[in-house]
Design a protein around this ligand. Sequence first.
Ligand code: HEC
Length: 380
Amino acid sequence: MMSEKILYSLNAIFDTPDEISHAAEKIAEKGYKKFDVHTPYPVHGMDDAMRLAPSKLGYVALIFGLSGTLGALLSLWWVSAIDYPIVIGGKPLFSFPAYIPVMFEVTVLSASIATVLAMLFVFFKFPNNSHPLHGTGYMKKVSSDKYGISIQADDPKFNEEEIRKLFESLHASEIDLIFWDNEELNHKNKILEPKFLLFLLAAAVITSGTAYFSLNKLMFMVPFNWMMEQQKQNAQQKSLIFDDGFGMRQPVAGTVARGYMPYEFKGQPDLAGEKLVNPVPISKESLKIGQQKYDTFCSPCHGYHAEGDSRLRGQYPNPPTLHSDKVRKWSDGRIFAVLTDGQNIMPSYSTQLTVDEKWAVINYVRALQRALNAKESDLQ
Ligand code: HEC
């Protein structure tokens, strides 16, 4: 049987990391190229001892990374300047700074994917997953507590006698021949067997078929379509029920939306000031709502403390202070008239605030006024 087998390599086992480093150095020195060192953990300085050239993986990452950068740049340029030019925020169609994040991401993505694929398919020769050293006693030892070196039989300088002598002079504790496994030699990749390929094909057909069926057919069958087909009218949809064909209807005449009671004193602020009474009592809650609404809707122009210190930097005329004697003497109803009708260039806030919210804002404005012009009694 031995004679039929083909030699893969001559291997030696060493007991210490110093010995293996020394042996690797000597073997590289003698000019052997096809040899490898196996240790249970990375041994420092081994790359230098073996005179290994730097890995070529870096070039793969560089080339694919740069093509990713370029590909992203070109596709962004084509999409946004050539194929679908839309001006966004007044920016030029070819806007390089906006492309940088995408270019960066695509660079990283293509470099990392290419590195993994190159490692698997080029450097590890996947789908081949066998190696003559697998399962040998040598491999068991060097993966627990020994250090091994293996010179391949196809090295141009390979000579069994010479290498044996060399190993002995380096104090190898064991020297062994490793043969190709016959089965392995004639072995075809299981992955390429018709049975397996057929299985892959069947799996692909079944999964895509199931996905297609469930998303395009099943979802439209009873009862799975219940969520989709509802007895309702969507906005802008045509209706078969009404003569005019509109799905969206006007409210019935006289309908009042909750919180939006009609205002009787349009254009008559003084009358409103006389007749309207603030129905919202001053309380912690109403002041809280008032503050929240005031800060959102009034403070941009009137300032947080109603002193007319607008934050709009002159882009809108500054309003007067609300701490004037005039406004302090106004009734709540008179202020309500301003919020409802607007006043000169100040617009109405009826669409932003409900009736009760307006009264709450007025309560808050009163609190601000009192804070800035406290009475003697407030201070006690
Ligand atoms: C877009 C800016 C702006 C916003 C927002 C705004 N106001 Fe005014 N407000 C003005 C201007 C400007 C005037 C002065 C109008 C005029 O010329 O009579 C004014 C006037 C007033 C007056 C009358 C003052 C006076 O002395 O005649 C009151 C009261 C008032 N605002 C309250 C409010 C309240 C409360 C809010 C929040 C709901 C609010 N404003 C939101 C700009 C604004």
